[in-house]
Design a protein around this ligand. Structure first.
Ligand code: NAD
Ligand code: UDP
Length: 326
């Protein structure tokens, strides 16, 4: 039974300071804007390895926003004398293409970068949230995935730089919680899409939308029977916000449980966008998870979270965003 009273979401965050690592990115910039709208002061850090300066320009429209160009893997800016109430550890490239092109940078930000932020949380007495991922479950043997499942990850595969460093980040977060009493949260984010994604980041939704918009061939990897469950970005931000204001330091799945095969998603996008594109089939990347859907029982049992944006509406909003980039 759901019990919304277990999470009391604040109506305003006036007077609070929030640090967002990765603020120029797709999810982090949307989250930063959400907190600016709630009246918080937001400090953004980013080295632009996959983020965009235009996302920072949007945030700079708010008086409460401050940005520092910074690689958090090395160290952090000097925050001595400053209060920080909440830290969001969201800096990490997240597209499977990045796993091949910048694997070391991914491993460094999720290990050293996460630890640097945890040290800051310890020093400031800030609450800390780690953005983990459904990838910690690897190619899952149970479906849908529950938080108690410990995963099925290939530690030497092409996805390992991301999967294993996110698993390490979770371990580091729990270690700071147990050993130093840092007030931590962990979210395991499932496939999220929406405006501010890079149109060429190689993930399935930007690829299919751009191909459909241009009536080009849709590139299905494998036979298209693998599944994913797609969450619109504002729904994800609401889920992350709910976990940050819960009292539970163990991991929460965050996403949308509506599951599609990749072929169904391609057909849905062609249909929704009124495209003339045809399906084409290409080799499946190694270790590509065959099924993925979040079990959201844990999150919905402590809150009234439920995704609000349909796949159709989310696709249209994302397409409109991609059109503005042309
Ligand atoms: P993104 O690439 O758009 O955002 C990540 C941001 O982190 C970028 O702006 C990048 O420049 C920045 N960054 C990376 N390394 C850095 C460093 N060393 N120092 C400073 N900044 C650095 O990716 P996203 O999809 O918005 O993902 C955001 C977070 O959510 C990531 O931690 C990712 O692993 C997690 N996540 C996302 C999804 C998803 O579907 N989008 C799924 C699971 C987990
Ligand atoms: N995929 C696809 N065509 C593309 C891009 C991706 O068929 O042009 C598939 C990919 O093989 C995977 C799924 O879509 O099975 C989701 O891929 P994505 O890169 O978005 O994220 P993942 O969930 O694999 O991290």
């Amino acid at each position: 039974m759901s019990n919304p009273l277990q999470v009391k979401l604040p109506e305003s965050l006036k007077g609070k300071t929030i640090l967002v690592a990765g603020a120029a990115g797709f999810v982090p910039s949307t989250l930063a804007q959400f907190y600016l709208d709630l009246g918080a002061q937001v400090i953004g850090l980013d080295n632009f390895i996959t983020g965009s300066r235009s996302n920072i320009e949007i945030l700079k429209g708010y008086e409460g926003f401050e940005f520092m160009e910074w690689d958090i893997s090395k160290n952090l800016p000097d925050f001595s004398g400053r209060t920080i109430d909440f830290i969001f550890s969201l800096a990490s490239p997240a597209s499977p293409i990045d796993f091949k092109t910048i694997p070391l940078e991914i491993m460094q930000v999720n290990s050293m970068g996460t630890q640097n932020l945890l040290e800051l949380a310890k020093e400031k007495g800030a609450r800390f949230l780690e953005a983990s991922t459904s990838e910690v479950y690897g190619d899952p043997e149970i479906h849908p995935q529950v938080e108690s499942y410990v995963g099925h990850v290939n530690p030497i595969g092409e996805r390992a730089p991301y999967d294993e460093s996110k698993r390490y980040a979770e371990a580091m977060t729990m270690m700071y919680n147990r050993r130093y009493g840092v007030d931590t949260r962990i979210v395991r984010i499932f496939n999220t899409y929406g405006p501010r994604m890079r149109p060429d980041d190689g993930r399935v939704i930007p690829n299919f939308i751009n191909q459909a918009m241009n009536n080009e061939d849709i590139t299905i990897y494998g036979d298209g029977s693998q599944t994913r469950s797609f969450c619109y970005v504002t729904d994800l931000v609401q889920a992350i916000h709910t976990v940050m204001f819960s009292e539970d330091s163990t991991p929460f799945n965050c996403g949308n449980p509506d599951e599609y095969t990749i072929k169904e998603a391609a057909e849905f996008i062609i249909d929704t966008l009124g495209s003339k594109s045809k399906l084409t089939y290409h080799p499946l990347p190694s270790d590509d998870p065959k099924k993925r859907r979040p079990d959201l029982t844990k999150l919905t049992s402590i809150s009234d979270y439920s995704p609000q944006v349909s796949f159709k509406d989310g696709l249209i909003k994302t397409m409109e965003y991609f059109k503005t980039l042309k």
